[in-house]
Write a protein that binds this ligand. Structure first.
Ligand SMILES: *Cc1c(COP(=O)(O)O)cnc(C)c1O
Length: 377
């Protein structure tokens, strides 16, 4: 049958993307190897300048990965033992791991039903005298509702650390994510909207002193080659990765626009399905659709996922187990039911294939298979 001979549609297709830019990438990588410029190097400095400009921010500091970006940002802010950092329960564990790594305590809160990003009311209710920071996560490629978060944080003297690992290029009230709080953290994990060919990350800020501290902390606390101001870490952005990122950066805006067009197409094809529920639409130009997430009826999700898989369509669940219910946090004593929105989402969300090279005809096939499977379930 024709359907069975069709190639599997992956969630993200990094090989398809490579094919569109292969000569540029190969040349950039060969250049780094030819000059043996593996750590530091011209590509690193140029990428930092250009990524800061892309974010419409003053400074970007390349680091080893997105988790380290969060950790180093918290450390540079002086956050540590005895302090609390508020984190949404609906995110990848890196967000809270960084808090623990810095010596502080992650305090989980629920998210907003329409956007799956941190609930402003829940954040405000969780503030204590020990709260040092909040980490709004721009989940799935859409900014958290930053204006009330920043206002409440200012009123309480709390730092705002954006987790922008899924949202390169997203905007909020016209401003790029990365400039909305005190400091922002990006991941260049291969599958992100801007992905390296390995691990990478960046800390972005308008605060020069903070950027300087991150720069020192990522490189053994160095001021100069053998003068160490403090003990730091080894978490620099690999220069081969910087070369890859520098090559990809001019394409990012176009890739994001394709993701938005694909999301609009999915939305148009699925919005009439009564057994599915779509996330609240975002304003034009704000969402960059790292993921396109639909909500199924919880009792249907497994069967839908299986039937799509049989049709050669990959799907994902972001995320199936909320952080407050992870074994890693069992000591913290959170009970099932405390964050009802996050827990509902965990049972209902389904991520569809999403990448710039995905043909419209394939998206139509995916939407059709999803709609008929949801209706049958
Ligand atoms: C990917 C991701 C991170 C961590 O990035 P790494 O580069 O993999 O360390 C942090 N937060 C969120 C929300 C992410 O999706």
């Amino acid at each position: 049958m024709a359907a069975q001979s069709q190639a599997v549609v992956p969630l993200v297709d990094l090989v398809a993307q490579y094919r569109t830019i292969q000569p540029e990438i190969d040349q950039a990588v060969a250049g780094v190897i030819g000059r043996a410029a593996f750590v530091g190097g011209a590509e690193n400095a140029e990428f930092e300048t250009k990524f800061a400009a892309f974010c419409e921010a003053r400074h970007a500091v390349g680091v080893g990965n997105g988790t380290d970006a969060l950790f180093l940002a918290l450390k540079a802010l002086g956050i540590g033992a005895g302090q609390e950092v508020i984190v949404p329960a609906n995110t990848f564990i890196a967000t809270s791991e960084a808090v623990t790594a810095a010596g502080a305590k992650p305090v989980f809160v629920d998210v907003d039903e329409g956007t799956a990003t941190i609930s402003v009311a829940a954040f405000q209710a969780a503030i204590t005298p020990r709260t040092a920071a909040v980490i709004p996560v721009h989940l799935y490629g859409r900014s958290a509702d930053m204006a009330p978060i920043v206002a409440a944080a200012k009123a309480h003297g709390i730092a705002v650390v954006e987790d922008a690992a899924q949202a390169h290029g997203a905007r909020y009230q016209g401003k790029r994510v990365g400039t909305l709080g005190d400091v922002a953290c990006f991941s260049f994990y291969p599958g992100k909207n801007l992905g390296a060919y390995g691990d990478g990350g960046a800390v972005v800020t308008n605060d020069e002193a903070l950027a300087k501290r991150v720069r020192m902390l990522r490189d053994h606390g160095r001021k100069s080659k053998y003068l160490h101001e403090t003990e730091g870490h080894n978490s620099r952005l690999d220069n081969l990765q910087a070369a890859v990122l520098l090559t990809k950066l001019p394409h990012l805006q176009g890739w994001n626009e394709k993701r938005v067009a694909l999301a609009d197409l999915y939305r148009k094809l699925l919005e009439k399905e009564s057994t599915l529920h779509l996330m609240a639409p975002a304003k034009a130009g704000e969402h960059v659709y790292h993921l396109f997430v639909v909500r199924t009826r919880p009792e249907h999700r497994e069967a839908i996922q299986k039937s799509l898989s049989e049709a050669g369509i990959s799907t994902g669940i972001h995320y199936p187990v909320p952080l407050h219910l992870q074994p890693a946090y069992s000591q913290a004593g959170y009970k099932k039911g405390v964050f009802p929105v996050t827990e509902r989402l965990a049972n209902e969300v389904l991520s569809l294939p999403m990448y710039a090279e995905l043909p419209d005809a394939t998206a139509e096939r995916i939407a059709h298979a999803l709609a008929s499977s949801a209706a049958r379930s």
